[in-house]
Design a protein around this ligand. Structure first.
Ligand code: SAH
Ligand code: TMP
Length: 396
């Protein structure tokens, strides 16, 4: 490993975060990898050390569905409205279009989606949209350019951070983006991750957690640059980056300069910041496990809510298994009746709220806390309580 890369956090042996197990797989040995988090002292990028091949993670069994979350739907509706009014693009390309949660708000003839997981890609195709079950790479971008020409707007949310070779990603984006075209990226924010101690943003699919300072370094290598930033609450604190070609002389906005300042002031460009984060994560682990053990000793019934990929990191790192959590509730059909990776906790279909015999609910989908607490008013009114791990483990 080169000298500029510093390993700062060891999150232990982990299974693939979305490898939910069928009943007949429970006794089989699961494939695991060491989840180590690294910081690059030169370009400030934070990434995981060991990765799986894209084909192994993104295939026709991918369980994540963007449209399952109201918050995601609302956020995309709001953004697409803004895009139509402000940019009036004549054509739009989305990379990582999943089940069409974003592109469905546009006219069918204006949008093209790239989505490698055929099981979710087909949902968008069935709605009548042009989508390709492909990975974004040299070959796909050549094909897109040939068939569709260049684009006024390219959008990619929670996807580019899943692709190892970022220079290749942006080199190809540059080729299919019009000279005055705009690239919009949304991804979890490293600054928010560090502030909220949400170490569960790290798992095999999230190869990177971007910051403005780090992303801009990679973009600049590829003749692109960020000119505007929006802070979003979605996915536990995200950034929306507005990006242009360097040759396009749109002014850099204050929001961009402000975000860079915030990140530098917090210490995102200093190694010591990451070692402090490591210490907070280790304390968080102890506190969460102790809280579970204390509640369980008093014979409380604890369940989980939202079997997220993120919670795979927490459960495996903190060693919380089916002796502490009875089961998880989840609205995603592909996760139901399966078991959580590594920790083997049963996932049940979410029907009409949390059952009366439950005392505590661990928020796996903490990033949808508002939406969930609103939905579960009755459970709370009857004395039910939620547990969260962020910013430090506590009962809500
Ligand atoms: N954009 C959606 C989905 C995010 S999940 C949203 O924000 O809700 C990440 C998506 O990226 C998955 O659907 C996955 O299949 C897709 N993906 C992963 N690697 C990709 C690649 N190389 N090219 C295009 N899409 C990719
Ligand atoms: P995410 O954090 O990766 O977006 O995943 C959210 C998961 O939580 C997904 O599996 C759906 C689940 N979920 C519920 O079960 N109920 C809810 O109300 C919400 C918001 C999410």
């Amino acid at each position: 490993m080169s000298k500029e890369i510093v390993e700062f956090l060891d999150l232990g042996m982990q299974p693939m975060a979305n490898a939910f197990l069928k009943k007949n797989q429970l006794l089989k040995k699961e494939q695991k990898y060491k989840l180590t988090i690294c910081y690059n002292k030169i370009n400030y990028m934070v990434s995981i050390k060991n990765t799986f091949s894209s084909k192994k993670m993104f295939n026709n069994k991918y369980p994540y569905r963007s449209s399952m979350s109201k918050s995601v739907q609302k956020s995309f509706l709001y953004l697409t409205d803004k895009i139509k009014k402000k940019f009036k693009p004549k054509n739009i390309l989305e990379i990582g279009s999943n089940d069409g949660a974003f592109i469905k708000y546009f006219e069918k003839k204006k949008v093209v989606g790239i989505e490698p997981c055929a099981n979710v890609e087909v949902i968008t195709k069935r709605m009548g949209f042009k989508t390709y079950p492909k990975f974004w790479n040299d070959k796909t971008s050549r094909m897109i350019l040939k068939r569709h020409g260049k684009f006024d707007l390219i959008f990619s949310a929670n996807t580019l951070s899943h692709i190892r070779n970022l220079n290749n990603v942006f080199k190809n984006i540059y080729k299919v983006l019009n000279d005055n075209g705009i690239l919009i990226i949304e991804d979890p924010s490293l600054l928010e991750c560090l502030k909220r101690n949400t170490y569960d943003q790290f798992y095999n699919e999230h190869i990177y957690v971007f910051s403005t300072v780090s992303l801009n370094n990679i973009l600049k290598n590829n003749n692109l640059e960020i000119y505007k930033i929006e802070n979003l609450e979605i996915h536990g604190g995200s950034l929306r980056y507005y990006i242009k070609k360097k040759s396009n002389n749109i002014k850099l906005e204050n929001s961009f300069k402000k975000q860079i300042k915030k990140e530098i002031n917090f210490g995102l460009t200093k190694v010591s910041t990451y070692f402090k984060f490591k210490q907070r994560v280790q304390i968080s682990k102890k506190k969460l496990l102790n809280l579970f053990i204390r509640l369980k000793k008093k014979e409380n019934k604890i369940i989980g809510y939202g079997a997220t990929a993120k919670s795979t990191t927490i459960l495996n790192y903190c060693k919380i298994n089916s002796t502490l959590i009875d089961y998880f509730l989840d609205t995603t059909p592909d996760k139901q009746n399966k078991f959580t990776p590594g920790t083997k906790i049963k996932i049940k279909k979410y029907k009409n709220g949390v059952s009366k015999d439950v005392n505590y609910v661990f928020l796996g989908a903490w990033n949808f806390k508002k939406e969930i607490l609103k939905k579960e008013k009755k459970f709370i009114r009857n004395g039910g309580k939620f547990i969260t791990h962020t910013p430090m483990p506590k009962i809500l």
